[in-house]
Every structure is written in C-alpha cells, then in structure tokens.
Design a protein around this ligand. Structure first.
Ligand SMILES: *Cc1c(COP(=O)(O)O)cnc(C)c1O
Length: 546
C-alpha cells in the first residue's frame, strides 16, 4: 500500500525524528552513554513474581524518598526518569495549545516527548560558550503563552555545566503557574545541593532523579519524579499500570541496601577524580581543541581530525558519542581507570602513569548479613570499614594497611545474636572480592612470608595457589577481645582462604589476645602484599593457571 502507514499516522508523529535511544552491551568499551562502568549487586529471588506488583511499591518509594531527602507522597516511581518526562507532558500539556521551554543543546527526550504529545516547544538556547543565559530564559518565558513547564537540566547533558541555584529559585518564584522541571540525572557527580528536599518550599518545583548513572542501574530502568503531592497524584492517574516490575524493585532495593551505599560512594568519588584526570590528559591529545568543564560523569570536547580520531577509537573498540552533526562536539563518558587509559591511548595521549587498577567487588546478602566489599590492589587511598564490631574493624584496617590495598567493607549483620555471622560472612565476601581483583593472576608474586614480633610472634605464610587451605596454630589466653570472640580469629582466616583460594598458614605465640590477633591480621596483610604485587608478566605456575 502506498504511504502505508503514514496515511493513518498522526501528523506530528510522521513529522518527528525518532529519539535515538542507544542501548545494548557489546564487547566494545562503551564510553558513549554515561553509564556506570561497574555492575550493581546481583539478584536471585523470584518471590511474588506470580503477583502483580504494587502500582508504586511502598518499600521502594520510601527508600527513594529517604535517598533523595523527600517524603514518599512526593515521589513517583517510573521506568527511569524518562518515564517521568513523558507522564509529565501527558498530564499537563494540552495538545495544540500548551508549550514547554527548553534550553538547547540539552537532553533530547524533552523535545521528543513534547512532539509526541503535540505540545509546542519554545527555545531559550545556551550562550555560544554553553553557559546559561538567565536573562534570555526569563524574557522568553515571560513572553510565552500557556507555558506549562520550563526544563532545566543541571548538570546539563551533553555540556556538563550547572545552573546557578538562585536562578532555579527565581524561576520557581517568578512563574508560579509553570512547572520548573529540574533534571538532576547527574547531580551525584557534582557539588551542587539537590532541590529534591525543597518541594515544600516550591509547589511548582519538579525534580527528576535517576538510578541509571550514579547507581549503575541503567539496564534495570528506575527513576523518580519528586514534586508536590498534588502534582504526583495527578500524574499517577496517567502513569501506565505497574511500571515497576518485581525484579526491578528487588534489584533496586538490593543496589541501594545500606551496605552497598559505601561502595557507590567510592565509585562516585573515583569517577569525579577520573574526570579531573581525563580533563587534564585530554588537553594533551592532538585531536582535542577544547575540553569543557563538567560536573557530570562525562566530558564534552571540541575535536579536530575527527575522522582519524574515530578510526583510532574504532581500532581499540572504544565508543564515544558523536554530536558533530548537530553541535560540532563529541562526548566521552568517564569509565574505570583502566577504561580511561585505553581511551586516552586512542586519543593519542602518552599516558604517564598507566593505570590498570585491579578492582574487585562483592555484594553478599543473606538473612544474617548484608555485605558490600570493594578492594583495589593498586590504590591504597581509601580504607573505610564498618562491621559494627570495633575491634574487628580495626583488624580489617590492619590487613588493608599492611596488605597495601584500598578496602571498603560494610556489613549490616545480626549482631544482636553475636559476631559470628558478621565475621565469617565478611571474610568470605572479602576473599571473593580479592579473588576477583586478582583476575587471572598474571605477573603476581604469588607467595608471601612474614614474621612480625613483639612479646607476640606471628609467623605467616601465604600462597595464592587457587587451592583453599588454612592452618592455624596458637592458643589465646582470653575468650574475647572487646566484642570479638577470639575463636573467630582462626575461623576468619579459614573463610578468607576458602573464597580467596589461598593457603594461609599462621603460627602465633603470645600472652595477650589483642596483640596476638593483631599480629595475625597484620602478618597476613604483610604476607599478602608481596603475593599480590605484580613482579612479572606470566602466571606464576608451571601449570599456566592459578
Ligand atoms: C540519562 C538521562 C535521563 C534518563 O534517565 P533514565 O532514568 O535512565 O530514564 C534523564 N535525563 C538526563 C539528562 C539524562 O542524561
């Protein structure tokens, strides 16, 4: 049939260009979609999959409200922040009559949704240097008729810059009958204070947050609108049924568990640091003319010889976002230190201190404990431990310090019973994270020996053989040190050996349990240090595998 199906399609849909929703995971290094380079905690639970979920799952709503500093009735959960944009337009914008204001270049989906809804789009563009033009926004908004929403994306995608907070306040006050939509998709990477906790001050403020970027859940689809409860009520009439599938709810609750939050904080801090590093290094690239300042997890660049650059990137299988046809720029997401090193090489930067951080993460949740661990065998700066057992925290710090590793370990355990599960399960999770960080173990020292002294002597030997084995010789004069039962000391090393896949031999003598346990932990740390260290290139085994 000729013209099919244009002849039956709404004119506005025929006329518009499709939003480019790029997704999917290939073996390329994806620095093109501002995703998180690390994976969220895994889930395996099919409870209630046979039931429809709640329209707005209450536990999740409460969790996100707490995370964002709002009240549950101020929150609408949806399939990403994207759905909040769509529902907002469908709820408040009369087709063929109402308008929204956007400040291009900005996130493309505002325009797409407006076109689908048949709502007018008024533009108050950023300045040529991509800074905001508040005077133009005010003037344009004042002149507009039937203006239902002003969209402000801050930090802005794809430019990375932020809007002044007092200007947002001014918009809220000056336009009381217009929704002031503040898209805070990237705010976790900036120093700005979120407006999500200020809904009571401004009934026309509408904040959007997403779990896709900072919390590594882009594939899960979860986001929130935060607004006056009356605005939320109205939107809930329009939101399609059951937007939050049960697996999605489970995945988000797990990813935002109290123990996981410390790992998220590390990842965000790493991204912020890597952003500064990439900004410096990219200015040395022969392909880069300008690196724009950014408060998000990406950088916008002006490039030259783009064809050669893209060929270089393709050769290394690195994907970045190409905005040359619309605004003459490219955008690169900040990846892990290792990802960024690969990207810099494609940009022709000779990397001075090449980073290939061996990072291992483990999330472990049972009815007894909820644990998150992140180790970095090549960056010792972050050591953050919380298990609820003071002496044990101190011992884990000793392993990290003397082992020469960064360690974030957080555990919410059943301490009302005793410390047993907490100590055992954190040892298991710690061993698993270390094993992941070691990867194929190429180049490592493999063995470690130590004999620290005091009135106490602990002789320690380790072998990262892949074969778990623990031998402990020693008798403690007391049964507890603080809240720490001394019998858990040998048990800790057994559990660690089990998941790390190592032989750990300890022989301790002394007169003071505190000193003896401390000597064991320090000694194992010291023994692990040369075992983890990269001293060659090969896998140190005649078998060729460890
Ligand atoms: C990624 C992004 C979103 C969408 O987030 P989802 O929760 O994944 O739908 C919204 N706004 C901006 C500016 C973004 O970059």
């Amino acid at each position: 049939m000729k013209n099919w199906p244009e002849n039956i399609t709404r004119q506005a849909i025929s006329d518009m260009s499709a939003y480019s929703a790029r997704g999917g995971s290939t073996d390329a290094l994806h620095l093109d979609a501002n995703e998180n380079p690390y994976a969220p905690p895994p889930v395996s639970n099919t409870k209630d999959f046979n039931r429809y979920p709640e329209q707005q799952p209450a536990a999740l709503r409460a969790r996100l409200a707490a995370l964002y500093g709002a009240r549950p009735e101020q929150v609408m959960l949806g399939r990403g922040a994207d759905e909040a944009i769509e529902v907002l337009l469908r709820t408040f914008c009369e087709a063929g009559q109402d308008n929204i204001l956007i400040c291009p270049p900005t996130f493309g989906y505002y325009k797409t949704c407006a076109e689908i809804q048949g709502c007018g789009i008024i533009e108050a563009p950023l300045n040529d240097d991509f800074t905001w033009n508040p005077a133009l926004v005010l003037k344009t908004a004042k002149a507009a008729k039937n203006l239902k929403a002003i969209f402000i994306c801050s930090p802005n995608n794809p430019t990375g810059n932020e809007i002044a907070q007092d200007f947002v306040e001014r918009l809220c006050t000056d336009f009381p009958n217009t929704l002031i939509v503040l898209d805070e998709a990237y705010i976790e990477f900036s120093n700005a204070l979120s407006f999500a906790g200020r809904i009571d001050e401004f009934p026309n403020l509408f904040v959007m947050r997403t779990l896709s970027k900072a919390y590594a859940l882009a594939g899960v689809r979860g986001g929130a609108a935060i607004a006056d409860p009356r605005v939320i009520e109205m939107m809930l009439k329009v939101l399609p049924p059951y937007p939050i599938a049960r697996p999605v709810e489970i995945a988000i609750m797990k990813a935002l568990s109290p123990s996981a939050m410390s790992v998220h904080a590390d990842r965000i801090a790493e991204t912020i640091e890597q952003r500064a590093y990439m900004r410096d290094e990219l200015t040395n690239s022969p392909f880069v003319k300008t690196v724009y300042p950014s408060a998000a997890n990406f950088l916008m660049l002006d490039v030259t010889d783009a064809e050669i650059l893209f060929a270089q990137l393709a050769k290394r299988n690195v994907k970045i976002r190409d905005y040359r046809s619309t605004m003459g720029k490219v955008r690169i997401s900040i990846g892990s230190p290792e990802d960024n090193t690969i990207a810099l090489k494609a940009f022709g930067v000779s990397v001075r201190n090449e980073r290939k951080d061996r990072i291992g993460e483990e999330f472990r949740k049972t009815n007894e404990t909820d644990i998150a661990v992140r180790v970095n065998l090549d960056d010792t700066r972050i050591v953050k431990i919380h298990t609820g057992i003071g002496f044990y925290d101190h011992m884990l710090e000793q392993i990290a310090k003397h082992g020469g590793m960064g360690l974030t370990l957080s555990c919410e355990g059943d301490l009302h019973i005793d410390g047993h599960h907490t100590i055992e399960d954190t040892a298991l999770a710690f061993g698993t994270a270390l094993k992941k960080a070691l990867g194929d173990k190429a180049g490592i020292g493999r063995y470690g020996f130590t004999m620290p002294m005091d009135e106490t002597q602990a002789r320690v030997a380790v072998d990262l053989s892949g074969r778990p084995s623990a031998v402990f010789k020693g008798t403690f004069p007391t049964d507890h040190v603080g809240d720490f039962p001394v019998e858990m000391c040998p048990h800790f090393f057994e559990s660690l050996a089990q998941t790390l896949g190592a032989a750990i031999h300890i022989d301790v003598e002394g007169e003071n349990s505190h000193h003896m346990i401390e000597a064991c932990f320090k000694g194992v740390g010291r023994a692990l240090r040369p075992a983890f260290a990269i001293i060659g290139g090969d896998i140190p085994s005649t078998k060729g595998t460890l």
